[in-house]
Design a protein around this ligand. Structure first.
Ligand SMILES: Nc1ncnc2c1ncn2[C@@H]1O[C@H](COP(=O)(O)OP(=O)(O)O)[C@@H](O)[C@H]1O
Ligand SMILES: [Mg+2]
Length: 264
């Protein structure tokens, strides 16, 4: 059977829901399973790159060059190899903030990322794209390129309401540019001490059913400490509950891949 690369975009227009943390740690957990991983930082704030110890102010080339000149930028030279989480990375910095305007007049502007990734796609088992906290052209590109979008949702009051807009964009993308796109919700920052946390999870499961991962990521200060150390939680605190949860998430993603492959 031909092995197919799965592109997973991690999106939520709300900031601080755990997108970047999920990119770092799901990437690390999949790499522990001998999967070849490329991470793509698609946020002009460059948090994913910073979290992996990259000095984003001194980069010769970034995702910006890849998107603006896919032919001449030679994507393989933009890739930084084997970071602290055993993943490769296409980094981003503030240069990317101009891209939305510059790409506005391109032909088929929603498929730029998808096309740009083609030359390296086959070298990886998974490509994880970390989206910015908005629903602009960059996120649209990520959703159009993806086989699966993971939506990290903070497990708190109004969680359902917060994903309404994103849900409608995902459906539009399915209608127009990417009919095969699947979605999974990931409950993050779950706090056992609050009463309503469990209610929020049940409500999400009621509405979205199988589209909610069984794995729930609990709230812990360890993630902030791991960020400071520029390490994934899996190596910073390998035996922690948080590391275990991201390993469980990787297991779920791997079985999802098996399921979708047998369906083909
Ligand atoms: N499960 C968690 N528990 C506690 N803090 C977390 C958790 N996940 C992420 N964080 C912290 O919350 C902040 C926002 O997370 P981040 O992944 O950067 O969100 P986003 O990329 O969606 O903006 C970061 O400081 C991160 O370290
Ligand atoms: Mg982020």
């Amino acid at each position: 059977m031909v092995k197919k690369t799965m592109i997973i975009s991690i999106a939520n227009n709300k900031g601080g829901t755990g997108k970047t943390t999920t990119a770092v740690n799901l990437g690390a957990a999949l790499a522990e399973n001998n999967q070849r991983i490329l991470l793509v930082d698609l946020d002009p704030q460059g948090h994913l790159s910073i979290n992996l110890g990259v000095d984003i102010d001194n980069l010769e080339r970034t995702i910006y060059d890849v998107l603006l000149n896919p032919k001449s930028s030679q994507i393989d030279q933009v890739i930084i190899s084997e970071l602290s989480n055993d993943c490769d990375l296409i980094p981003a910095n503030i240069d990317l903030s101009g891209a939305t305007v510059e790409l506005m007049n391109e032909i088929s502007r929603e498929t730029i990322l998808k096309r740009a990734l083609l030359p390296v796609k086959d070298e990886y088992d998974f490509i994880l794209v970390d989206c910015p906290p908005n629903l602009g052209l960059l996120t649209l590109n990520a959703l159009t390129a993806a086989d699966l979008v993971i939506v990290p949702v903070q497990t708190e009051y109004l969680a359902m309401r917060s994903i309404k807009e994103l849900w409608s964009i995902i459906n539009k993308v399915k209608e127009h540019t990417n009919p095969e796109l699947s979605m999974r919700l990931l409950c993050t920052m779950f706090d056992r001490r609050t009463i309503h946390g469990r209610d929020v999870i049940s409500e999400l499961r009621e509405v979205f059913g199988e589209q909610v991962f069984d794995t729930v990521i609990t709230r812990t200060i360890k993630f902030a400490d791991a960020s400071v150390a520029a390490e994934p939680i899996l190596s910073f605190a390998p035996k922690s509950e948080a590391a275990e949860q991201y390993r469980n998430l990787a297991e779920e993603v791997l079985s999802y891949v098996k399921e979708t492959k047998s369906e083909r």
